[in-house]
Design a protein around this ligand. Structure first.
Ligand code: NAD
Ligand code: ZN
Length: 376
């Protein structure tokens, strides 16, 4: 069973497809036990991914954990039965940061690489592409009960690494104050990473109340941008601004009237970040040129953003943007989970079977739920 996108906006279906087989000696096949639905899958779902009209249908998903099911003869470091995390980037993407060639579910590129929202997936260059973990189960020291870590490890595939990277991009140091725009899964992971990395204070900005409640539950200060200007709310508490700010939203950002305005966060970051501070952007900005074969949807057209260069220069800020590199970060993040220092699975609000994935996509798209995982 696999969750597949069929080419037109919102056309997601659970289909029966052949179990993938090894096609190179360096391949492995993984049997998934948990996969997650990401905000980036929504670009495909809404039909706004760069080439969502490419080869369809294709399997969705780039976050997953499971057990090695089969290994090619040239795979050296993995054995059948090993528990592994599947990072969203491939070894090729890890080396070249070329997103168009390096994502499972191919971010709209079609059949070449499968997605993780399926019972099985073929993984090329498995030695570098898969991150082994000690075990998916552990004993809770407080209760002595056996607990599963799958929901924690599946966040290492992408959003825990991405939230972590957003802070690196912003130049984070322990003791900094941080403003995280967006309390979706990625923003919550950025806020959580800041807290476990020793931030002095973390502000989480969104308007979705249950997401802000989740932010508050981990120790962040919730800021609802529908109440009043979010920067004014933060400056009332931090007159000098915050040291670091993070964009965990991307181009589909809303202004206070809840209409799309893709530069509102950049301007807010420039206003809220104190001199010498840093900006980290991990929210996605898709290529402006839409597909040549289908008319662009009105809500996907992105104009070049206006940028307040004089504030940027005057405050001597730094700014880094881009995809994260879970292959590079996974060894540390896996250690934080296995040692019990991080439990990013707190973010999961719903577990569904694959048969319920279509409804789960619709709920996630409406922001009715923070993070959904599919259990196999
Ligand atoms: P999401 O859509 O669930 O969350 C986005 C949140 O931003 C929503 O809760 C929304 O209410 C909020 N928001 C909208 N406008 C806002 C504003 N002006 N100020 C503050 N909050 C606002 O998505 P997600 O899963 O959290 O992902 C967020 C972005 O990160 C997406 O663009 C996704 O593609 C991207 N992403 C990037 C990487 C990477 O490697 N860089 C990895 C994963 C996801
Ligand atoms: Zn993702």
């Amino acid at each position: 069973l696999a969750v597949r996108f069929h080419g037109t906006p919102f056309s997601v279906q659970v289909d029966t497809i052949p179990i993938p087989t090894l096609s190179a000696p360096t391949d492995a096949v993984v049997r998934l036990t948990t996969a997650a639905i990401c905000g980036s899958d929504l670009h495909n779902y809404r039909g706004t991914a760069p080439s969502a009209d490419g080869e369809v249908p294709y399997v969705l998903g780039h976050e997953g954990v499971g057990y090695v099911h089969e290994v090619g003869e040239a795979v050296g470091s993995l054995s059948v039965g090993d528990p592994v995390v599947i990072p969203f980037n491939t070894p090729e993407g890890h080396l070249h940061t070329d997103l168009t060639r390096s994502l499972y579910a191919s971010y709209g590129q079609g059949g070449e690489l499968g997605g993780t929202q399926a019972e099985y997936i073929r993984i090329p260059l498995a030695d570098e592409a898969l991150i082994p973990v000690p075990s998916f189960i552990t004993t809770d020291p407080a209760t002595n009960e056996t607990i599963s870590l799958e929901n924690d490890y599946v966040m290492v595939s992408d959003i825990f690494a991405t939230g972590w990277a957003a802070l690196d991009y912003a130049g984070f140091h322990a003791g900094d104050t941080v403003a995280v725009f967006g309390a979706g899964p990625v923003g919550l992971m950025a806020a959580y990473s800041a807290i476990i990395r020793g931030a002095a204070k973390v502000y989480s900005i969104d308007y979705v109340s249950h997401r802000l409640e989740l932010a508050e539950s981990i120790g962040a200060t919730p800021i609802n941008f529908r109440d009043s200007d979010p920067v004014d709310q933060i400056l009332a508490r931090e007159p000098n601004g915050v040291a670091r700010s993070v964009d965990a939203v991307g181009y589909e950002q809303l202004n206070t009237n809840l209409t799309l305005q893709s530069d509102v966060i950049l301007h807010n970051m420039l206003r809220v970040t104190s001199p010498g501070g840093g900006l980290g952007t991990v929210g996605v900005y898709n290529p402006r040129t839409n597909s040549s074969t289908s008319a662009p949807r009105a809500d996907t057209i992105q104009e070049p953003l206006s940028f307040d260069m004089s504030s940027f220069f005057g405050s001597a800020l730094k700014w880094q943007a881009g995809a994260s590199d879970p292959i590079a970060l996974a060894p540390w993040l896996v250690s934080l989970v296995s040692s019990g220092r991080a439990r990013p699975g707190f973010i999961v609000e719903e577990e569904v079977g694959i048969e319920e994935a279509v409804e789960a996509y619709a709920r996630f798209e409406r922001r009715g739920v923070s993070k959904v995982v599919i259990k196999f």
